[in-house]
Design a protein around this ligand. Structure first.
Ligand SMILES: Nc1nc2c(ncn2[C@@H]2O[C@H](COP(=O)(O)OP(=O)(O)O[C@H]3O[C@H](CO)[C@@H](O)[C@H](O)[C@@H]3O)[C@@H](O)[C@H]2O)c(=O)[nH]1
Length: 200
C-alpha cells in the first residue's frame, strides 16, 4: 500500500512494486479534477496486462478513512510518501503541512492488530538537518535542526515512527530507517529502489 501514490516518488514506487509482481494499493485524495497524471500509465497497464493496481479514496487527515482502507486491504507493507512536500509553501500553510499522517497510519496498524503483519516505511528528508552541518543519515539524532514547517512535520513523523517501533511494536516485524536524499532530483527514480530495499 502506498500513501502519496499520485506524487513523484509514490508513482515510481508503484511502478517498481508492480514490476516485482506485487498487488499495489494506492491512497489518493478525492478531487474534482484529475490528479493522477503520474500513475495513469499504470492504469493503462492494468487494462493491457492485468497488473493488480488499485486506488482507494482516503485522506491523511482522516483517521477513519485510513483505518477502513488498511482494514480492508490488510497490507504486508505500507509506504507513507504523502506530504505537503514544498518547503516554501509550508511557511504559507504550516498547519496543513503539519499533517499527522504517519501517526494515523501507525495507530491504524496498532488498533487493527497488524503489528506483526504490516511493515511500515516513513519517507523522510535531508531537510531534517536544516541548518545543522551534520547528517542524520549517519545515525546521529543530535544533528537534527529543522528550519521549516515542512522539516518540523517530517521530524515529528520520524520520531513518532521511532517511538512506535520501540514502545508499541516488536523490532522484529516493524522496521524504520530514514532515507536521506542527496538533493539531486534527477536521480529520484532510483529512490523507489531504496524504499523497497530498506523494508527488507
Ligand atoms: N491521500 C493523501 N495524499 C496526500 C495527502 N497530502 C499529500 N498527499 C499526496 O502526497 C504526495 C506527495 O508527493 P510529492 O509532493 O510529489 O512528493 P515526492 O516528491 O513524492 O516526495 C515524497 O517522498 C520524499 C522521499 O522520497 C519525501 O522527502 C517527501 O517529503 C515526500 O514524502 C502528493 O501526491 C500529494 O497529493 C493527504 O492528506 N492524503
Amino acid at each position: 500500500m502506498i500513501a502519496g501514490v499520485t506524487g513523484q516518488d509514490g508513482a515510481y514506487l508503484a511502478e517498481l512494486l508492480l514490476d516485482k509482481e506485487y498487488e499495489v494499493h494506492g491512497i489518493k485524495r478525492r478531487s474534482s479534477f484529475f490528479n493522477t497524471a503520474r500513475i495513469d500509465h499504470l492504469f493503462n497497464d492494468v487494462h493491457e496486462t492485468g497488473k493488480p493496481f488499485y486506488l482507494h479514496h482516503g485522506d491523511m487527515t482522516d483517521s477513519s478513512s485510513l483505518t477502513r482502507i488498511i482494514q480492508k486491504v490488510q497490507p504486508d507493507e505500507i509506504y507513507n510518501l504523502a506530504a505537503q512536500s514544498h518547503v516554501a509553501v509550508s511557511f504559507e500553510e504550516p498547519e496543513y503541512t503539519a499533517n499527522l499522517g504517519a501517526l494515523r497510519i501507525l495507530e491504524a496498524i496498532r488498533i487493527l492488530g497488524l503489528e506483526k503483519k504490516t511493515k511500515f516505511y516513513q519517507a523522510s528528508t535531508s531537510e531534517l538537518s536544516g541548518s545543522s552541518t551534520g547528517s542524520p543519515a549517519k545515525g546521529n539524532h543530535a544533528v537534527f535542526y529543522p528550519r521549516s514547517p515542512y522539516a518540523v512535520a517530517k521530524l515529528y513523523a520520524y520520531w513518532i515512527t521511532v517511538n512506535y517501533r520501540e514502545y508499541h511494536l516488536t523490532k522484529r516485524y516493524f522496521k524504520m530507517k530514514e532515507l536521506t536524499p542527496t538533493g539531486d532530483w534527477s536521480l529520484s527514480f532510483l529512490y523507489a529502489d531504496c524504499f523497497f530495499v530498506i523494508l527488507f
